[in-house]
Design a protein around this ligand. Structure first.
Ligand SMILES: NC(=O)C1=CN([C@@H]2O[C@H](COP(=O)(O)OP(=O)(O)OC[C@H]3O[C@@H](n4cnc5c(N)ncnc54)[C@H](OP(=O)(O)O)[C@@H]3O)[C@@H](O)[C@H]2O)C=CC1
Ligand SMILES: O=C(O)[C@@H]1CCC=N1
Length: 275
């Protein structure tokens, strides 16, 4: 991974939830010069305050200061905006690496929008990036140099762990599982809270219980060397209460089948977003 202090000038296109999380990680790591294209006024104002002059926010590609020469163009807009937006960055992406975090959008599709000769890395981070606990899977397209890959590794590594794969097709199931994964965990919190309330627990207590249980379990998992199944078994006393709940959740037609179906649906959607 490239040293944090060596982060070169970056152009970030789209500074919403994911782009903003990445940028704050880069700023924390000492990024000194970036231009952010972000038409959303509130997000742009927050950024300007956070960056103490290191980031210039502009509303569109035409407003990028003349002479700004980024070493990476990071695409963090929605996949549905790619066709109209990405071609505006064809000139700036020439000779540098383009790092896309857009769901579904393929390296080949980005080559068609930017020009075949462009160096493109496709990556899928997740929102724990906001607290530097993200997990990103990345894939480098043809022609990406070792230096460009190291730069992308540094940019993604600023917000958490990075794993690289050779097979780009894996990015679709990755998007389903780790890209969207935080949403499923937060849904579990919501459902635990709702069930607790239905069982008569006051809402405030139900909320605290559900949040702390999931956050604490995540913290325990993070420091554990063993498998998740072992942590589950450590809670499950023989003939006890958890065993009864797990018999419901782990029935083949329950969570095992539902999670398979949900991940397949998200994977299919990622493939649909390709063009
Ligand atoms: N959210 C997540 O958990 C993850 C998202 N991703 C990917 O990251 C990308 C961004 O997602 P997310 O951050 O959630 O979305 P957001 O909507 O929060 O961020 C996108 C931002 O881009 C801005 N924008 C719209 N059009 C343009 C444009 N032409 N030029 C520059 N900026 C523009 C939007 O402004 P406005 O609101 O005004 O339209 C918005 O602020 C998506 O492609 C998504 O697939 C990847 C991993 C996880
Ligand atoms: O829901 C989405 O499409 C994006 C990609 C992964 C997480 N959020």
């Amino acid at each position: 991974m490239t040293g944090a202090a060596s982060l070169p000038p970056i152009l970030l296109v789209g500074c919403g939830r994911m782009g903003g999380a990445l940028l704050s990680g880069w700023l924390e790591q000492g990024l000194t010069r970036a231009v952010v294209v972000e038409p959303h006024a509130a997000a742009a104002e927050a950024l300007a305050a956070q960056s103490a002059g290191r980031v210039r926010v502009v509303p569109d590609a035409d407003s990028i200061p003349a002479g700004f020469a980024p070493e990476a163009v990071v695409l963090a807009i929605k996949p549905q905006e790619a066709a109209n937006t990405v071609p505006h960055y064809a000139a700036l992406s020439s000779g540098v690496v383009t790092l896309s975090i857009m769901a579904g959008r393929t390296i080949g599709g980005l080559h068609r929008l930017l020009g075949e000769a462009r160096a493109v890395v496709r990556a899928m981070p997740n929102t724990p990036a906001a607290v530097r606990q993200g997990f990103t899977v990345a894939c480098a397209g043809e022609g990406v140099t070792a230096g460009q890959r190291a730069l992308c590794d540094a940019l993604l590594g600023a917000v958490g762990e990075v794993a690289w794969v050779e097979d780009e097709a894996l990015l679709d199931p990755v998007t389903a599982v780790s890209g969207g994964g935080p949403a499923y965990v937060f849904l579990l919190v919501e459902l635990l809270q709702r069930a607790a309330e239905k069982l008569g627990i006051p809402p405030d207590l139900a909320r605290s219980m559900a949040r702390s249980t999931v956050a604490g379990s995540g913290a325990l998992l993070a420091v554990s060397r063993g498998e998740a199944a072992e942590l589950r078994q450590a809670v499950t006393s023989p003939k006890g209460t958890t065993e009864r709940a797990l018999a419901v959740l782990m029935a083949e037609e329950a969570w095992p089948a539902l999670v398979d179906r949900a991940m397949a649906a998200a994977t299919d959607r990622s493939r649909e977003l390709a063009e």
